[in-house]
Design a protein around this ligand. Structure first.
Ligand code: SAH
Ligand code: SF4
Ligand code: F3S
Length: 477
């Protein structure tokens, strides 16, 4: 029987990593990847529940498969990830032709569950325990993931990889569904993390991005009571030969300590890109969100970052139109963005999520059109800042890790060796230049000649060595 797999992934980096694991696992069970649901006999959706829009997209993609399933009942359709954990049986009700529902903690069961379906055992569902449905230990176990299985072909590029160091979240921000879908916060053991990082480096990875919902809160206590914190982990990972860059997302403001920032400063492989979502610039709103810090705390953290890592690039997330947000609250958010001058901000309109404190106790009272207006306004302020700040790179030379053809080059059908290439600096700034596809995976110096709000534009810097002039790594021109 043929085993042709198509997988579609939405949501955060955790999901990208999970899909990589599932594909590695299924390939080991004889599956091959195909490029569209039409060619596949197994279609999997790796889903996100963070906002309603993300869920609607999946239900609509599922709807499109209804007819194909009617024509070919052998086609297996599965929903995995956060929406599977959150909606469970509800997915069977809304999309009765779905065969498989698997939560983020049960992904390792997918090959077996698919076999059960093929054997005629009917629909399969495997999800984790709810946050109050058992002992802490059993709940934790049910959310564990199976990270050591990796498949380089599923990565964004062969030389970059995600590495999960923390599962779940215990912060329980009142708007957020993640503590329910991903379960309790648990740090993975440093031994597991280090051995996985070594495997990745041996496979040719030069850049690893450590993943956690509040990655800088990472903590692991071993049986002897020895505690490993984020800064200890970074120091150990820094030793791995072959690795050249260490990134980590997402940071929690309260845990951006002096000690962690000094560690980042002292370890040259550490990225100085710090994604530390503020969510709002109003104390009243931060309290309702239960973020656990005030605007003054956040500003104090910014001051710490500027003092210890003056070249760091800080970015943020904001939710506009959260319950009770007044025009004044919103102005305070604008004010915070102006003061902090973030590299960039991800801005979201508040979306009510069933099962969260906010959905139970607060009214979603900001009209949709007001959310949209605030979203656009904040975006415009941030864009102006990003555009201004990027100007100062003009004339400078930055080092980038070349990732591959730029978005513009990808849109063109031409697949010749020369095209516009894209890479990132150590602090995550996007750089494009005219180059050669072969340069993917190389570190190159780029002299910046122009800049927009999102992108620096430049050319490969040529270096003089005596009377000769040659181009570093060559653009092929
Ligand atoms: N763990 C990360 C964020 C995970 S979710 C952190 O705490 O920073 C990514 C972003 O989605 C959040 O930072 C928040 O800005 C946004 N978000 C989460 N729940 C949301 C909701 N119900 N409506 C709108 N945006 C939301
Ligand atoms: Fe959600 Fe808050 Fe946890 Fe981030 S820290 S995942 S926003 S509950
Ligand atoms: Fe979405 Fe789950 Fe990530 S809800 S943002 S895919 S942890």
């Amino acid at each position: 029987m043929s085993k042709r797999l198509y997988i579609e992934t939405v949501g955060c980096q955790m999901n990208v990593l999970d899909s990589e694991m599932v594909v590695a696992d299924l390939k080991r069970h004889g599956y091959e990847l195909v490029g569209s649901p039409r060619e596949a006999d197994t279609v999997l959706f790796n889903t996100c529940s963070v906002r309603e829009h993300a869920e609607e997209k999946i239900y609509s993609a599922l709807g499109k498969l209804r007819q194909a399933k009617e024509r070919n009942p052998e086609k297996t359709i599965g929903v995995m990830g956060c929406m599977a954990q959150k909606d469970q049986q509800l997915i069977f009700q809304r999309a009765p032709f779905v065969d498989l529902i698997v939560g983020p903690g049960q992904l390792q069961q997918i090959p077996t569950l698919l076999n059960n379906i093929r054997d005629g055992q009917g629909r399969q569902l495997a999800v984790s325990l709810g946050r109050k449905s058992g002992s802490q230990e059993r709940i934790r176990r049910s959310h564990e993931t199976f990270d050591p299985l990796r498949d380089p072909s599923m990565r964004p590029t062969p030389f970059q990889a995600y590495l999960r160091i923390q599962i779940g979240c215990d912060k329980f921000c009142t708007y957020c569904v993640v503590p329910m879908t991903r379960g309790p916060e648990q740090g993975r053991s440093p031994e597991q993390i280090l051995s996985e990082a070594k495997v990745l480096a041996d496979q040719g990875c030069v850049e690893i991005t450590l993943l956690g919902q509040t990655v800088n809160s990472y903590r692991y206590t071993d049986e002897a009571g020895q505690v490993t914190r984020m800064s200890d982990l970074l120091r150990q990972l820094h030793e791995i030969e072959g690795l050249r860059r260490l990134k980590f997302v997402t940071n929690y403001p309260k845990d951006m300590t002096e000690e962690l920032l000094q560690t980042i400063r002292d370890l040259p492989k550490c990225s100085t890109y710090l994604h530390v979502p503020a969510q709002s610039g109003s104390d009243e709103q931060l309290k309702r969100m239960r973020r656990g810090y005030t605007v003054a705390d956040y500003l104090e953290m910014m001051e710490r970052i500027e003092r210890i890592l003056p070249d760091a690039a800080v970015s943020s997330d904001f939710i506009v139109g959260f319950c009770g947000e007044t025009e004044e609250d919103f102005q305070q958010t604008i004010e915070l963005v102006r003061r902090c001058r973030f590299k960039n901000s991800f801005i979201f309109k508040y979306s009510v999520r069933a099962g969260t404190k906010a959905s139970e106790r607060m009214e979603d009272d900001v009209p949709e059109e007001v959310k949209t207006r605030r979203n656009n306004e904040l975006l415009a302020v941030q864009d102006e800042i990003s555009a201004e700040d990027n100007q100062r790179f003009i004339g400078q030379t930055v080092e980038i890790l070349v990732e591959g053809p730029s978005k513009r080059a990808q849109k063109k059908k031409d697949d010749g060796p020369l095209c516009q290439m894209m890479g990132r600096t150590l602090c995550d700034r996007i750089v494009v230049y005219d180059g050669n596809r072969r340069q993917a995976g190389q570190f190159l110096p780029i002299e910046i000649s122009d800049a927009t709000a999102t992108t620096l534009i430049g050319r490969v810097k040529t270096v003089h060595t005596g009377p000769q002039l040659f181009q570093l790594q060559g653009t092929g021109e």
